[in-house]
Design a protein around this ligand. Structure first.
Ligand code: LLP
Length: 427
């Protein structure tokens, strides 16, 4: 977390120049709060990390991590491209103003309608199967368009991360199996409406050891060398996203640690091929993850089997702990200067025993009305939220210095029934 984005003043947690207590008073609880400074710091550290590369580098922000339109617009104006995984993400990325030449349409199960939409928008595609290649070729041909494509390849690399977010394993649903990659490219170069432009892989997420990425770079160049023999000129090699962040305070590689290993490996690879493909990266979490806190008010404290602190946000607003056993730091935002004296388990309001945000944490004495801050929730936080249990999604606020902007309003009760129709015949 960048020091000046989140700091303690007078016993209270501040996001830049605004106290969390004030934010909750003004905007209500629960509340997602983003620091614009933290976002800019992350973007700049990626840029700086790769500034010395003697080849082209392009960053495609992974929209799935956080698709708030204001956030997308802030990232788009930094000359980032976008990785989109659905028609909806494509819609949002176009609206946010990302350059369509660098909006990569990813996805392992695109419908014909989504493919048509992507082709009409003129974006490049990452192709996940031969069936998809055929569909793209047919529709592009019908529309008289030429689509730049890469295959998503499965490099069969096993990074040390949660099994639900490791995607480059042989057993994963993603990508063209390693043994079939070259045949797939042979088919693509002979397909109408399609121009082979790149190679794509994404080995997983929350990866805190850089070596699997270096391994993946080597694999990508193995493919590059083979497909150049087919007369292909490569425009990009896309290494996907996946760089982890430091959720637990145990350390994680920074973009510069990442670049330090990746850049020489890439340069090495380039010396073995004829074309000069740009390096594309698709960071999500490492751009937006540490920029936000979730503020949630304590409704009650109960001494039972454990000391339970029941707050007003649950897995409806942050599913990562329930889904991946993810660890997020927590603090009592209005008692930052108090001694940590008791161990608490923070639970949400959802009617499921798995609705636990944080287990066995030593905190200052917690009382009803306190505000718990859950850290590092910018990525896969709000974007994975739901209305389960009839809970309206909360507001999102962006802080810039002393100013706080609402970038999404709290949902209304009517949002809980939006788009529902009641057949009048039945009543
Ligand atoms: N590119 C592709 C093709 C992806 O599938 C993903 C993430 C990314 C880029 C961005 O990866 P990142 O830099 O954010 O690690 N919900 C899970 C993470 C799922 C990641 C899915 N794909 C979580 O909360 O940990």
């Amino acid at each position: 977390m960048s020091a000046k984005s989140f700091e303690v003043r007078g016993g209270n947690l501040f996001v830049e120049g605004v106290s969390c207590v004030e934010l909750v008073e003004k905007f209500g609880s629960p509340l997602y709060v983003y620091s614009i400074k933290a976002l800019k710091d992350n973007i700049n550290s990626y840029r700086k990390a790769f500034s010395k590369a003697n080849f082209g580098v392009r960053f495609l922000y992974a929209v799935k991590a956080n698709n708030n339109l204001t956030i997308l617009k802030l990232i788009a104006r930094e000359n980032f491209g976008a990785d989109v995984f659905s028609d909806g993400e494509l819609y949002m990325a176009l609206l946010a103003g990302f350059d369509r030449n660098y909006i990569l349409f990813n996805g392992n199960s695109k419908s014909d309608e989504e493919i048509r939409m992507g082709i009409e928008a003129g974006v490049p595609f990452s192709v996940d199967s031969l069936d998809e290649l055929k569909t793209i070729s047919r529709i592009a041909d019908e529309l008289g368009r030429e689509v730049r494509i890469a295959f998503r390849i499965n490099p069969d690399i096993s990074p040390d991360t949660h099994p639900k977010i490791a995607t480059g394993l042989k057993t994963s649903k993603f990508g063209i199996p390693w043994e079939e990659v070259i045949d797939a490219y042979k088919l693509a170069v002979n397909s109408p409406g399609v121009k082979v432009a790149g190679i794509h892989c994404h080995i997983g997420s929350q990866i805190t050891d850089v070596s699997p990425f270096v391994e993946a770079v080597k694999r990508m160049f193995e493919v590059a060398r083979e497909i150049e023999k087919l007369g292909v000129e490569l425009e990009f090699l896309d290494m996907g996203g996946g760089l982890g962040i430091d959720y637990e305070g145990k350390g994680a590689p920074t973009p510069s640690d990442f670049a330090e290993k990746i850049v020489p490996a890439y340069e090495n690879g380039l010396s073995t091929i004829k074309s000069e493909p740009e390096l594309w990266l698709e960071p999500g979490r490492s751009i937006i993850g540490n920029t936000a806190v979730l503020l949630t008010r304590v409704n009650s404290v109960k001494r039972a089997y454990k000391n339970f602190v029941a707050v007003d946000a649950g897995f409806n607003l942050l599913i990562r702990p329930a889904m991946y056993d993810a660890y997020h730091k927590v603090a009592v935002a209005n008692k930052m200067d108090k001694r940590e004296e008791e161990v608490y388990t923070i639970v949400g309001p959802i009617c499921e025993s798995g609705d636990v945000l944080a287990r066995d944490r030593r905190l200052p004495k917690v009382e009803k009305g306190d505000i718990i801050a859950v850290f590092d929730v910018g990525a896969y936080g709000f974007s994975m939220s739901s209305q389960y249990n009839g809970r309206r999604r909360c507001a999102e606020v962006l802080v810039d210095g002393e100013r706080a902007y609402t970038i999404r309003e709290r949902e209304r009760y009517s949002d809980l029934i939006a788009n529902q129709l009641i057949p009048t015949d039945l009543f």
